[in-house]
Design a protein around this ligand. Structure first.
Ligand code: ADP
Length: 170
């Protein structure tokens, strides 16, 4: 089992996600970062934008990492891709219950697919995309927790949303 898919919403990519991608790129010979197109919550960035931001961060840094997007069940996407491993991150104990339920649900749907959990560096273990969106909206500089270009795009998107020009993913 040398290939894995790292699925998520990545709205937007944080240093915590990148920490996990780095660890995954060392564990697996090929890592596919897969952006979910059908997230329940209305995403701030479109799937194309989320993919583009991830690709920008991954380019030239991890030779064995690719970024794509998927719709529908992740286990179906994994099967179609011939990949039998899913990578997920465990930050705090709060992640555990949800991740546990999801891993067992996915196992029920696809017993041939295994979920592997990796913990990020302690300094990113409290970082979530939601926290980043909220703090940047309130004017904080979060450049120690997200890539600079992502923060620039996030500020622009949030100010558009605040001015009532629609916001959200186009
Ligand atoms: P989802 O909406 O599927 O939870 P996210 O983009 O929030 O999507 O997260 C995708 C995966 O990345 C999840 O397994 C999540 O636990 C993990 N993750 C998110 N932030 C971090 C972080 N700071 N450190 C480690 N893993 C993280």
């Amino acid at each position: 089992m040398t290939e894995a898919i790292y699925p998520g919403s990545f709205d937007p990519v944080t240093n915590g996600h990148l920490d996990l991608i780095e660890r995954g790129s060392r564990l697996f010979s090929r890592l596919i970062v897969a952006v979910a197109r059908n997230v329940d919550k209305a995403p701030l960035f479109s799937s194309e934008e989320r993919v583009a931001m991830l690709r920008e961060q991954v380019a030239g840094r991890f030779a064995n990492v690719e970024v794509t997007s998927f719709a529908g069940l992740i286990v179906e996407y994994a099967r179609q891709s011939g990949v039998h491993c899913l990578l997920r991150g465990l930050r705090t104990i709060a992640d555990f219950e949800y991740e546990f339920q999801m891993a067992l649900t996915n196992r029920r749907l696809a017993p041939d697919i295994e979920t592997v959990f990796v913990m990020p560096s302690l300094r990113y273990s409290y970082v979530s995309a939601r926290l980043i969106r909220e703090t940047v909206l309130l004017g904080a500089d979060m450049s120690h927790l997200i890539p600079a270009s992502v923060q620039t795009k996030l500020r622009a998107r949030l100010s558009t949303a605040r001015e009532g020009k629609g916001g959200g993913a186009p």
